[in-house]
Design a protein around this ligand. Structure first.
Ligand code: HEM
Length: 486
């Protein structure tokens, strides 16, 4: 183990686990879920910990105080992102928002994202799309309920979120949907994972062996090719369909008005972000929420009682009245506490030499914040932090929200790089979850004790459930347009 005073020159670098030649600290995390392995290491080496991942120098923050330094006190100094070889290929040299280095280009796109693409007004403009797609899902589930058939909820929820996002972006159901989503998911996995080319950027051999860059190039070529077609259709019709703009219309209008660069790759890279950052995150959150509720029947009953009481006389969940619910948002909040889709956020990069809690962090260091560890730190979550208890926000954690001001709960990040899609994501999640709880009761087929449900997570593009989620729906409130009451 390095001592805290180890360092080059006068630097006091953070401590960290012992390193091997070439691979550095990789053997400490290889084969394990990184957020778990890093928490174990931080317990031994402290909340500001230095690792070497291949050639890449990384510092991992694992306490609330360290997170505050990186995303509040010195947010500007840590507001960039590492440009790995894969990121450069997938984002066409940082033309998107999520991976763009800090600078004028990112500021311009970020402003457009907040004021135009993902603003509350824009999110509201897609309400009919959300309601329509949720209604289609409810009809499928009601049919399965009538046939006493389980529904594989992972796939159904993923389809719900992708179709809603596609209609918001493209404006209609798209004939290339399946191939687009397949290529997109390949590109997202490549950009999110650790691979040889990114860990040993100076090694020609590592690049060749990994084969990841040609794969990334092929993937992104196909994704951008499909987007070319749909953008051309939008350019031909020039403006929103019957006065209603989809997100491609918005991007093209902003480009015309000079608020976005003329470069069409920027439009495509931003669309890639909206899917890459927005779809799986929302779908896996829905899946975890349902799994936790099924495992915790008391919480499930309480959440169902609330939605049934609120919407019983209308016979369906109406998005505009979701704001009246008190308990459902706590269920979502607790799901995101235990199962943040990005447990290490997106990596940051130090833009200059910094000091964090007494340690030097050199310029150009990759910085990871282990929000998964913060969200179950006994100091801030004294009551059974590993358990799913939405009620905790009604007593000990009143006032803790998701907007990046409570540093013990950061599923959307914080500071300048906080997720701009928070409202967009939550709108999808809350309507779907409330509707599934309103119309149906849920059982796990073949499991007499629901607490036996497998909750193992795996880390890929997002942290998701390892197992599928087949659930048996039991219809309780008829689904509009479907007469399938049991
Ligand atoms: C449950 C849903 C979601 C979760 C948990 C989530 C989480 C995150 C996290 C942790 C970050 C990195 C923040 C940081 O570095 O501090 C992020 C960034 C981002 N998210 Fe989300 N996200 C969600 C939904 C969405 C949606 C629906 C969209 C778009 C439609 C979106 C677009 C973005 C973008 C563009 C960034 C990059 C921001 C930047 O670097 O400036 N996200 N998100």
């Amino acid at each position: 183990q390095r001592s805290p005073t180890y360092g080059r020159g006068r630097l006091r670098l953070p401590p960290g686990p012992w390193q091997l030649p070439i691979i550095g600290s990789l053997h400490h995390i290889a084969g394990k879920a990184p957020h778990r392995a890093l928490r174990e290491l931080a317990r031994r080496h402290g909340p500001v910990m230095m690792l070497r991942l291949g050639e890449v120098q990384a510092v991992v923050m694992s306490s609330r105080e360290a997170a505050i330094e990186v995303m509040k006190t010195q947010d500007l100094a840590f507001a960039s992102r590492p440009q790995t070889a894969t990121v450069r290929v997938i984002t066409k040299e940082g033309r998107d928002i999520a991976f763009a280095p800090y600078g004028e280009h990112w500021r311009q796109l970020r402003k457009v994202a907040i004021t135009e693409l993902l603003s509350v007004r824009r999110v509201l403009s897609f309400r009919a799309v959300r309601e329509d797609e949720v209604a289609a899902m409810l009809r499928d589930v009601a049919e399965a309920a009538a046939a006493s058939r389980p529904v594989e909820m992972r796939a159904r929820l993923a389809a719900l979120v992708s179709d809603t996002t596609l209609r918001a972006v493209v404006g209609e159901r798209w004939k290339h949907r399946d191939v687009f989503l397949r290529e997109l998911s390949c590109a997202t996995e490549l950009v999110a994972g650790f691979n040889l080319a990114d860990l040993w950027p100076s090694s020609w051999l590592a690049g060749r062996l990994s084969g990841v860059l040609p794969r990334a190039q092929a993937c992104i070529h196909r994704v951008y090719g499909l987007l070319d077609g749909v953008i051309e259709e939008h350019l031909r019709r020039d403006g929103g369909r019957a006065g209603h703009e989809d997100l491609i219309d918005v991007l093209l209008r902003l480009q015309k008005d000079g608020e976005l660069p003329r470069d069409m790759d920027v439009v495509k890279a931003v669309i890639f972000d909206i899917f890459g950052a927005g779809s799986d995150t929302s779908a896996t959150t829905l899946e975890w929420a349902l799994a936790e509720l099924v495992r915790n029947p008391k919480v499930m009953r309480k959440a169902q009682a609330e939605v049934r009481e609120a919407f019983g006389d209308v016979g369906r969940v109406r998005e505009q009245a979701l704001g009246e619910l008190q308990y459902l948002p706590l269920v979502v909040r607790e799901t995101l506490r235990l199962h943040a889709p990005a447990p290490l956020l997106l990596p940051r990069l130090s833009r200059k030499p910094c000091r964090v809690l007494g340690y030097d962090v050199p310029e150009g260091t990759m910085v990871l914040v282990n929000i998964w560890a913060l969200a179950r730190d006994e100091r801030h979550w004294p009551n059974a932090p590993e358990e799913f208890r939405p009620d905790r926000y009604q007593c000990e954690s009143r006032g803790v929200d998701l907007k990046g001001t409570n540093f013990e709960l950061l599923p959307f990040g914080a500071g300048r790089r906080i997720c701009p899609g928070l409202a967009f994501g939550l709108a999808n999640i809350e309507l779907a979850l409330a509707s599934l709880l309103f119309h149906f009761d849920w059982e796990v087929p073949g499991l007499s004790d629901p607490t036996d449900l497998d909750m193992t997570d795996i880390f890929s593009a997002n942290t998701r459930r390892k197992a599928d989620l087949p659930l048996r729906p039991i219809l309780r409130v008829p689904v509009p347009d479907v007469d399938l009451v049991q």
